[in-house]
Design a protein around this ligand. Sequence first.
Ligand code: NDP
Ligand code: MG
Length: 390
Amino acid sequence: MKILAVFGSTGSIGCNTLEVVRRHSGHFAVRYLTGNSNAELLAAQVREFRPAAVAVSDPAARAQVLADVGDITQVLDSDDALTEIAGREDYDTMVSSLVGFAGLLPTVTAIRAGKTIALANKETLVVAGEIITALTREHGVALLPIDSEHSAIQQCIVGEPSHSVARILLTASGGPFRGWTSDALQAVTPAQALRHPNWSMGSKITIDSATMMNKGLEVIEAHWLFGVAPAQIDVVVHPQSIIHSMVEFSDGSVKAQLGVPDMKIPIHYALTYPDRLAADYERLDIARIGTLTFESPDVEAFPCLRLAYDALHAGGTAPACLNAANEVAVAAFLRGEITFPRIAELIEESLSHVPHGAAASIEDIIDADRSTRAWAEAHISQTDFQPTTG
Ligand code: NDP
Ligand code: MG
């Protein structure tokens, strides 16, 4: 029986994780849950899973959860409740599925406490990859990817000698605007960008998929998870999202991992690794799918991918700067304040204007995040911006 702490249980990955638990209740117990604003859903999860305690980041939602289910669980009443839970002794595995920079400190705390980490929150590795990988080695902690591409890569390289990995081929769906020109992208609305062709996910990662920043973040994530150089990580657009990624070995052989696009499968793999617990998720009917296609990414229309490689090459706090500017830009786009192409512009401007340096400590990362957010917030607008509707 694995005892879980599900961070971000009210989100897309959190809900999928709880569905995996529901289907395999003899194998998992849920000791802790955390949410931010969705008090109603968190209260329903508390009634079903009976955790020992919950953290609710938003104060108004916290009061509502306390009123609803305070008699059946402890509702922690402090602003550092997330890190307090992360550091507790009585759970085995953290499901790290907060969105964005908010995931960093709880995940670091759980690593320091020696927990196994099932990692969905890729931003943690993007902003502090070197520190995180050093900490996992120091504390003997397993970092098991939930991201479908990285789960695929892990499944391809398991049992292979590490020196034999020649190249990683990260697959990308291309998002809702695959094939669009830069001009056409000027008029994109939040509602259009939130309509992902293959995956149902939280709003931030859905916009990241539309700009292809998600793939850029995943390049950085793959670099730290698998210790491969940036030049050995290529991105290939594969609109059907059936091949979740591929690994080329030193003898020229290429392995791919396939499956229906369902996040429960990589979550299940991370939670049951190194075993493969039988499950009845939807099976892949490859004959019905018929055709799998591949093309190169369009880095002219989708510059975020190039910006992520640039930040990875620059090193130090540059990836933290990339991430912070992206979070500010995506939030502004979702509020209807900037155009879709302005997201990449604001990130590029932030990367060139905010000084970056060594990322020797978590404090360096927090400083870089804070100063980039301040700079990006102050430079959100562009003079020729026309608000979009919808
Ligand atoms: P969601 O937006 O659906 O969920 C985010 C979760 O974090 C929710 O529980 C939310 O609470 C909580 N949360 C949001 N902001 C804060 C904050 N400031 N402090 C504390 N908690 C907060 O995101 P996803 O589940 O889509 O994504 C989670 C992570 O997993 C991201 O890093 C994403 O890149 C990664 N990922 C997601 C995939 C997917 O299929 N969704 C696939 C691969 C990776 P509430 O809802 O109560 O406000
Ligand atoms: Mg992914």
